[in-house]
Design a protein around this ligand. Sequence first.
Ligand SMILES: [Fe+2]
Ligand SMILES: [Fe+2]
Length: 192
Amino acid sequence: MPTSKLHVRVRTARRGAVRPRATEQERAMHRERSIELLNKAVADELAAVHQYMYFHFHLDDQGFAPLAGLFKRTAIQEMGHVEALAERILFLKGDTNMVAAGNVEKIRDPVAMLAKAMHMEEGSARDYNQWALECSAGADAASKQLFEKLINDEEGHFDNFEKQLENIKRFGPNYLALESFGGNGMKAEAAQ
Ligand SMILES: [Fe+2]
Ligand SMILES: [Fe+2]
């Protein structure tokens, strides 16, 4: 490196004596933004827990135990997501706003339930992708990785709901009722 350039760097570093404080401010700003994004995710997850449990109750009441069970299991996983997000928020010295992003939609039709659930999963995966990138840009790799882990789970949930919807289309509206009678042969066929 030419001497003149080296000198410029050294001088710049010396002149920038106030720089560490600015960096600390930047860090605090990034941390606040991460906490904000993690709390937005908590709100989405809580909305999913409420919505899926509502679906679970009504499907159970209608006698569609397997689909009711799928919604309950998914709601429990979403609750696990709330926990993971809350742990990260507390680590960053924030606090969790335990407020759901929206009210429960009172959908009773199983096909409409699945469509709603797929829409929610798609929205979460899209948001978490954005927020993972934002956390990465703010040098918060752990929050980024958490969002990436959640994206995998949400895509899995989407896949499960989509399969149920495809089976209803494939076998007709009685699919859920037949599945509830423990039609293992039908399940095996549907799994192909
Ligand atoms: Fe989730
Ligand atoms: Fe999900």
